[in-house]
Ligand binder design. Structure first.
Ligand code: ZN
Length: 69
């Protein structure tokens, strides 16, 4: 699992780490966490932790993501 940059048409979720609402630029943790460019390191860290714990992306996560399409 990796952190990926959102395509322009995929933008919409907020950064999971900003206190103020900031548009996310990256997504990770199987589509459950997002970050702005300032919080990319935090997202990568969370993504690595999740990868160790689960190691796969669930079907539910895919469905959640599809709603934003
Ligand atoms: Zn942020």
């Amino acid at each position: 699992m990796t952190v990926r940059k959102l395509r322009k048409k995929q933008r919409g979720p907020w950064c999971s780490y900003c206190e103020d609402k900031t548009r996310a630029v990256y997504r990770g943790c199987g589509f459950t966490k997002f970050s702005c460019s300032d919080h990319l390191e935090k997202l990568q860290e969370a993504d690595l932790n999740m990868e160790r714990q689960e190691g796969h992306l669930s079907e539910a996560d895919y469905q959640t993501w599809a709603k934003w399409g």
